[in-house]
Design a protein around this ligand. Structure first.
Ligand code: TA6
Length: 299
């Protein structure tokens, strides 16, 4: 498997496939701009580190790397719904794309020195048993000074389908008590911790308790100001009008087996989503692309 991947898609000195944690296949990017890693499990980007700065993404030290299990950290792909299934709680939280093994379809060294990997997931009997629709999903991961991740959904079936989801990105921060997230001031959010009550954001988002919010009607960039690491991380997006902010804080961190008890101190999720009022309906043959662009700036 690994040898086959390297023969078909490896790029000498830029992109190599190897057995990662739990023996799961991963692609390792290395170019003059940055290093990055993508597991075929869930097409999960688990690392992105621009040269000269600390890792931009947070990956749980207790993440379980095994088939069928979402990797805790990096950029899990929530699809074809965000959060619990709208009507059937027995269906997997955040859909099934992050639990599935994706196939590599292409790789490229782009003229500007960035490295690109493309992966694909299409319907199977197993997915149709969960969600009775044909589909084709493509993930494109491009690593350079910025990380660009795009998830394209194609409706390959005869009926319209409703698509939700998110690029559920875990960002690495030096000290959550010294973090402010700018870009959501004045926006309405649904507070997932208060019965989805609609509230308004005043000023930067700061975290000193569990935060689980779906911000509505926003296409703006978010800036994660990280004083402890003297940097900010810009999170830009396309194809999304909802941004989710999450930090589990102490009690929830302690309850998650794949999340270290003190992990909440050095992470925050800023997720590029199609959730709540922002789910999309795709006509037969239609497609939708959800894109997140991450860049780091020392300040
Ligand atoms: O993005 C926020 C959220 O929906 C939270 O409610 C929390 O459940 C988080 O996702 C992680 O979900 P997971 O299924 O990966 O444990």
């Amino acid at each position: 498997m690994i040898d086959q991947l390297n023969r078909a898609h490896g790029i000498a000195g830029q992109l190599v496939f190897e057995a990662g944690q739990g023996g799961l296949a991963k692609a390792v990017f290395s170019n003059p701009h940055a290093t990055a890693e993508v597991y075929l499990q869930g097409a999960t980007v688990t690392a992105f580190q621009p040269r000269g700065t600390a890792p931009a993404l947070w990956l749980s030290s207790q993440a379980q790397f095994k088939p069928g299990k979402a990797i805790r950290g990096g950029i899990p792909v929530c699809w074809p719904w965000f959060g619990p299934h709208p009507t059937d709680k027995a269906k997997p939280q955040h859909g099934f794309a992050r639990n599935a093994e994706w196939a590599v379809t292409a790789s490229a060294l782009l003229p500007d020195g960035r490295t690109q990997l493309r992966l694909r997931l299409a319907d199977t009997a197993a997915t149709r048993a969960i969600w009775p629709h044909p589909f084709e999903l493509e993930m494109s991961v491009t690593a350079g000074a910025q990380l660009e991740v795009s998830l394209t959904t194609r409706n390959t079936g005869p009926d319209p389908v409703e698509i939700g989801g998110a690029l559920h990105t875990y960002f690495n921060v030096g000290d959550i008590s010294r973090v402010g997230i700018v870009g959501l001031d004045g926006r309405t959010y649904l507070d997932q911790l208060d019965g989805n009550a609609a509230k308004r954001q005043h000023g930067p988002v700061t975290v000193d308790e569990e935060v689980d919010r779906v911000y509505l009607d926003t296409t703006d960039d978010c800036l994660i100001w990280d004083a402890a690491l003297n940097r900010h991380i810009r999170v830009a997006k396309r194809g999304s009008r909802t941004t989710v902010i999450w930090n589990p804080w102490i009690a929830k961190a302690a309850r998650m087996a794949d999340f270290p008890d003190d992990g909440y101190l050095t992470m925050v999720c800023v997720e590029t989503a199609n959730a709540a009022t922002d789910v999309r309906t795709l006509a037969p043959g239609g497609e939708h692309t959800l894109t997140q662009v991450v860049s780091v700036k020392r300040v």
